[in-house]
Design a binder for this molecule. Structure first.
Ligand code: SF4
Length: 259
């Protein structure tokens, strides 16, 4: 059994993804109402070595030695990976061990920090989240508790776009009655245009959320919303369409690819 690795799990966007979890369960800068990993128990912006880099690398080395293979190695899991102060070292060490591509799923809360952008520059794909357009909507969706503001988040993603030449996806997590009306979408789409990501992904609730009031947007509405973006956004398919029938219901608790 591994402590810091999980999977490979069938990711809706990345294929067979080996997850690397760099922070303990629900250590996160956000407390999103839709989080499939539950309510955040340690909401923080403090960057530190939450788990030993040497132990993570030892597990990865053992997994590779045992013949482990995956389409991609993904930093994700039960909290915000960029909170780990050694993420840059882990990325460099993975590069020395394997040619497998590396992805990072981030909630974008620390991208305004130059040292964070420098640490993650070595991955192949970054999926950054942006589901709000002002501080009020940020609070409603991500419950940041005033720790970080929308201007910092947008500036961070814009700077990342300038510095990171590989694949940048933006994910917008949509919630019925909160950020799925035309006016909200147009405001988000305007910000997205100013960033210029490679693709925009629309996501909604498909697994039990942290708060019962976090309701999914219908597939029909998601397709309408996709058309408001230029170029048209991608609607992330339901995980059930990706998993085999016998795998549905056995979804990993970890592997939070929604943040
Ligand atoms: S969805 Fe991601 S960013 Fe939001 S609370 Fe959960 S782990 Fe944190």
């Amino acid at each position: 059994m591994y402590k810091y690795l999980f999977g490979p799990v069938p990711s809706r966007r990345l294929g067979r993804s080996l997850g690397v979890d760099l922070v303990p369960l629900k250590v996160c800068s956000f407390n999103c109402v839709f989080c499939q990993a539950g309510v955040t128990t340690d909401q923080t912006l403090e960057r530190k070595e939450y788990v030993p880099v040497a132990d993570v690398m030892s597990e990865l080395n053992n997994w590779l030695q045992a013949g482990g293979s995956a389409d991609i190695i993904t930093f994700s899991g039960s909290g915000e990976p960029t909170l780990h102060s050694g993420i840059g070292d882990v990325i460099s060490l993975i590069r020395k061990l394997t040619d497998t591509s590396i992805a990072l799923l981030t909630n974008s809360s620390l991208l305004h920090l130059p040292e964070v952008r420098a640490a993650i520059i070595g991955v192949d794909i970054i999926k950054a989240s942006l589901s709000a357009w002002d501080n009020a909507s940020l609070e409603k969706v991500n419950r940041v508790d005033g720790a970080v503001g929308i201007v910092q988040i947008i500036d961070g993603i814009k700077n990342l776009r300038q510095e990171f030449t590989k694949t940048l996806w933006l994910e917008i997590f949509l919630l019925a009655g909160i950020n799925d009306d035309d006016e909200s979408i147009k405001r988000i789409a305007g910000i997205v245009e100013s960033i210029g990501p490679d693709r925009v992904h629309l996501n909604t609730v498909v697994r039990p959320p942290a708060e019962k009031g976090a309701m999914p947007v219908s597939p029909v509405r998601l397709r309408e919303i996709a058309q408001i973006f230029d170029p048209t956004a991608d609607v992330i398919p339901s995980v059930d369409a990706v998993l085999g029938e016998d795998e549905v219901g056995k979804r990993p608790v970890l592997g939070n690819d929604d943040c």
